[in-house]
Design a protein around this ligand. Structure first.
Ligand SMILES: Cc1cc2nc3c(=O)[nH]c(=O)nc-3n(C[C@H](O)[C@H](O)[C@H](O)COP(=O)(O)O)c2cc1C
Length: 327
């Protein structure tokens, strides 16, 4: 196994979730995780508020910008923006099944056009020194066979992509919502292992349904890394425990409360720059998951709470007091 250590643990790109505040929070939990932005389309980056889309803080490194698009020149331009902004990697989204994405001819539907994806990757990588990686599914619609995925990876790797994040499910392009497409198609981890065996020189990072430390450790017998999505959002403290276990470093595992205090400091500092507390507090509502008082903590910090709407910092103290018995 090649073992690109930087991708042993990755936190997935998630629209409306993995903004820079969430990524800051993740970094408090994990020293090592490779963090991914939400997907940004090439049109948004070229014609929209670029500075806002690209903004991140140095503590986030290593951090990748995820792009959605299928026009090789636009993608190349966006790679430049990412490199100039200081990102460590650009990731191309070939896994998203939403209608909006299909109309724009990008996302999972591009799995059926590996030549175009190869052209995109080639053009992107040619212009920047940072790595260009691809996040994909194991297939689309009725193409759930090994040959289809093999051919896709083979063509895109030949174009210059060395690292693939593979969500171990097919995407059904019509009839299922994006949410259903993360739940209904069955997980097929073995298919991802087959790909790793067929391409031992590539970095293969597995994604989909990982919520337990033991299963992550087991995955590491077969592939180079894991990417965690929903569980990082729903049960973020698990990421701290996982980092500690996977990297076996001799640092002390920070407690939930210590993480909270550091993020509280961050929230207060950011709020002096005009960021609303509710935009930041929403990311930590799962921090005490499974602990006494967790429900109250969650209620205090949810975006719908009337006090958080008033932007009052006292609410953060009320929230942490509701889990006073937890360390
Ligand atoms: C709310 C939400 C938003 C997502 N947005 C993106 C995205 O922008 N780009 C992407 O490649 N995948 C996106 N995904 C898919 C995740 O990156 C990941 O592949 C998927 O959730 C499976 O991993 P998990 O089972 O660990 O959650 C999103 C998932 C969720 C739950």
């Amino acid at each position: 196994m090649k073992g690109d250590k930087s991708h042993k643990l990755c936190i997935a790109p998630m629209m409306d979730h993995t903004d820079r505040h969430f990524r800051f929070f993740m970094r408090l939990l994990s020293k090592h995780a490779f963090l991914y932005t939400e997907m940004v389309t090439t049109d948004a980056l070229i014609h929209g508020d670029r500075e806002r889309f690209l903004r991140f803080q140095s503590i986030e490194h290593p951090v990748a910008l995820q792009l959605g698009g299928s026009k090789p020149d636009d993608l190349a331009k966006c790679c430049h923006f990412a490199e100039d902004a200081g990102y460590d990697e650009v990731n191309l989204n070939i896994g998203c099944p939403s209608d909006r994405v299909q109309n724009g001819q990008f996302g999972a539907c591009l799995m059926s056009n590996p030549e175009l994806v190869g052209e995109c990757v080639y053009n992107m990588q040619k212009h920047v020194a940072i790595p260009v990686t691809v996040k994909t599914r194991i297939g689309i619609d009725d193409r759930d066979d090994f040959d289809f995925l093999f051919n896709f990876i083979d063509k895109v790797a030949s174009a210059g992509c060395q690292s693939f994040i593979v969500h171990a499910r097919i995407a059904i392009l019509s009839g299922l919502s994006p949410k259903e497409n993360r739940e209904i198609p069955i997980l097929n981890y073995a298919r991802v292992y087959e790909i790793k065996n067929a391409f031992p020189h590539l970095n293969i990072i597995i994604n989909g349904g990982l919520i337990k430390t033991d299963s992550v450790i087991e995955q590491m017998q077969h592939v180079d890394g894991v990417m965690i999505g929903r569980a990082a959002y729903q049960n973020p403290y698990w990421i701290a425990e996982l980092d500690h276990k996977m990297f076996q470093e001799r640092y002390e595992l920070p407690t939930r409360k210590e993480i909270f205090r550091r993020y509280q400091e961050y929230m207060l500092e950011q709020s002096t720059q005009g960021i609303r507390l509710s935009n930041m507090s929403r990311h930590i509502i799962g921090l005490f998951q499974g602990q006494p008082g967790a429900r109250k903590f969650r209620q205090y910090l949810s975006a719908g709470h009337p006090e958080i709407q008033k932007n009052s910092p006292e609410l953060l103290e009320a929230a942490i007091n509701s889990v006073s018995s937890v360390s």
